[in-house]
Design a protein around this ligand. Structure first.
Ligand SMILES: [Fe+2]
Ligand SMILES: [Fe+2]
Length: 154
């Protein structure tokens, strides 16, 4: 399938794909490293799209979603610790966004996934990719801007 480049993201078969580029860079090395890893985990889930037409990938979907959830929670906790350290002004709203994403992952109906793997996998990858890209570009960029200013003024 063809890769189509848009402004800062790549689309493959109509779905955003997890390929890192500098537009996602916040300039806070520890958190950039975590975002890159989050992309890798997302990519593992995306790659199942190649196989779902031909084979049962239920166990892989479940394990990659589980991995994504664990790493996401670790990453959100790291960001929130940064907010506390630097007294980030948008902390409360940002934490609500994090919680909403965890709730989404928690709320995935596994019986539905098994019954219709193809559609369920596409829905999952679409939602997760869109959420992560938007969250980093919008919400994470905001804290990065404020926290870097605070770091520089110390
Ligand atoms: Fe983040
Ligand atoms: Fe965040």
């Amino acid at each position: 399938m063809k890769h189509i480049s848009t402004t800062n993201i790549l689309i493959w078969g109509g779905i955003l794909i997890f390929i890192w580029n500098e537009s996602f860079e916040l300039g806070i090395p520890e958190l950039d490293k975590q975002h890159k890893h989050l992309f890798e985990v997302g990519s593992n889930l995306h790659e199942l799209i190649d196989r779902v037409d031909y084979e049962d990938v239920y166990d892989d979907i479940i394990s990659h979603v589980e991995e994504l959830k664990e790493y996401t929670i670790f990453h959100f906790n790291s960001e929130e610790a940064f907010f506390d350290t630097y007294g980030y002004s948008g902390s409360n709203m940002h934490k609500v966004e994090h919680q909403q994403f965890i709730d989404y992952l928690d709320g995935i109906d596994l019986s539905q996934v098994d019954a219709n793997q193809q559609e369920a996998l596409l829905d999952l990858v679409k939602f997760i990719a869109k959420w992560i890209f938007k969250h980093i570009n919008d919400s994470d960029s905001k804290y990065a801007f404020e926290i870097k200013q605070k770091q520089n003024s110390n």
